[in-house]
Design a protein around this ligand. Structure first.
Ligand SMILES: Cc1cc2nc3c(=O)[nH]c(=O)nc-3n(C[C@H](O)[C@H](O)[C@H](O)COP(=O)(O)OP(=O)(O)OC[C@H]3O[C@@H](n4cnc5c(N)ncnc54)[C@H](O)[C@@H]3O)c2cc1C
Length: 404
């Protein structure tokens, strides 16, 4: 039987997260001095709230209990992340914001014991920060990672890395970079993933790329590696397995974007709902106009679809499936839904929606990246079109109990 009910312990996490966000985080959104240069939560508030979240047991939901996290399933994370991102400041307070969310996840999934002690444990315990360095400016790798031009050359027990990356989220603050470099020309084995400490000689932070919207802490930066030397033990998995590492990191990480974005969608809708139930025009409340009801009903329905896509993909990952297609479908749908939800909310708030009196304009600018980062819509559509071409009608077939 398909069972859509949540386990009681996940519901309890959801309620506690909701209460924490309402009591401690939401009030900061209207305080101008709570914002930093990234239009994100300023460090003193961030550190204070992180301490409180840790005390409340709402800390690192994606990391196992053995490493100091909550050890939630992907379904559990889907529920908690949406509550966390009901506030624009939420995920970073619970240490489940990009890019560290994905970095912790990949370190725990495939790091050696030594790598987990060196990098993962301090991320959970002391707030060590990482970044993922994959994308390069033209003519390097972007949508197509086989175009990556950053190279790593073996020299005894060390590797020498040279190259140029950009849009590296969090690079301004990051203590290390999970870096994808070319180590051979063997098809499908050409890439390798290295952990590069920031203090390594030859690392250069070129600039923080100015962008349209608010940023994660540390910004989105252009960086260079000038003959940076790292030891063999800083390789994740093994040489030639860079794409495997990238997929291990990116597939669940892009689903967690969707989980968070659903929270922003619900927030946008609540702001719209609040306004249309107070504001009158042409003799009745906005909420009583049928045209307005059609807009609200349409987004409400799409948020439900988005949740089903996200929860199904999360369940597939919990079942140990690769879920590449399921995650790609959720990513495209929820990225576009985020635009639709916030655009609708702005429209229904009239001039107020276009102001900075609500977080809607923040969310609107933030939303534009959703259709590009972690794979542009077109690339994901290509992925699930290929799956459909291979499976035909079985594309929509549900797993059956007892089948392998
Ligand atoms: C806010 C933000 C944060 C980011 N953070 C990180 C990060 O932390 N680390 C990191 O490594 N990267 C990061 N990125 C980079 C991001 O992953 C890339 O922008 C994305 O993968 C697309 O690569 P590209 O920008 O080089 O686009 P290109 O590869 O130049 O593609 C440009 C456009 O062409 C179209 N296109 C591409 N391929 C196809 C196709 N097969 N069919 C049809 N159309 C296609 C798409 O519309 C695409 O947007 C970030 C980007 C943004 C905007």
């Amino acid at each position: 039987m398909i069972d859509f009910r949540l386990p009681a312990e996940i519901e309890e996490v959801r309620r506690r997260t909701r209460d924490f966000v309402a009591e401690h985080i939401l009030p900061l959104e209207s305080e101008p001095d709570a914002y930093d240069e990234h239009e994100n939560l300023a460090r003193p508030h961030l550190e204070r709230l992180r301490g409180m979240a840790r005390e409340a047991g709402l800390w690192c939901p994606q990391v196992s209990r053995g490493y100091g996290g909550m050890g939630l399933s992907m379904v559990g994370q889907a529920v908690m992340y949406a509550e966390a991102n009901y506030s624009i400041f939420g995920p970073c307070c619970f240490n489940c914001a990009a890019p560290d969310d994905g970095n912790m996840r990949v370190l725990e999934a495939i790091g050696t014991e030594a790598q987990k002690e060196r990098w993962l444990r301090p991320m959970v315990r002391d707030g060590l920060r990482g970044a993922i360095a994959m994308t390069e400016p033209h003519p390097g790798g972007g949508s197509d990672p086989t175009m990556i031009r950053t190279t790593a050359t073996r020299r005894g027990n060390e590797w020498v890395i040279s190259g140029h990356k950009w849009f590296i989220t969090g690079a301004g603050w990051a203590d290390f970079f999970i870096t994808i470099a070319r180590t051979s020309d063997e098809p499908r084995r050409e890439l390798t993933t290295f952990i590069v400490p920031r203090e390594a000689e030859g690392f250069e932070l070129v600039r923080k790329v100015p962008i349209m919207g608010p940023e994660e802490h540390g910004g989105h930066c252009e960086i260079k590696f000038h003959d940076v030397v790292v030891p063999e033990e800083n390789i994740l998995l093994e040489p030639g397995r860079g794409m495997r590492v990238a997929q291990t990191r990116l597939v669940p990480a892009r689903l967690t974007h969707c989980m968070r974005w659903l929270g922003l969608c619900e927030r946008a809708m609540d702001i719209a709902r609040d306004y249309i139930t107070r504001r009158e025009a042409f003799g009745s409340l906005l909420a009583d106009h049928e045209a307005v009801q059609l807009m609200m009903g349409d987004v409400a329905k799409d948020i439900h679809i988005g949740k089903l896509l996200v929860l199904h993909a999360a369940w597939c990952l919990d079942e140990g499936k690769r879920a590449t297609t399921e995650v790609s479908m959720a990513k495209v749908f929820v990225a576009n839904l985020l635009h639709k939800a916030v655009d609708t909310a702005i429209q229904l708030n009239g001039a107020r929606g276009y102001s900075k009196d609500t977080p809607l304009e923040w969310i609107y600018r933030y939303a534009r990246q959703a259709r590009i980062l972690d794979g542009a819509d077109e690339v994901h559509k290509m992925i699930f079109a290929r799956t459909y071409a291979r499976l035909g009608r079985d594309f929509w077939r549900l797993d059956v109990e007892g089948e392998a």
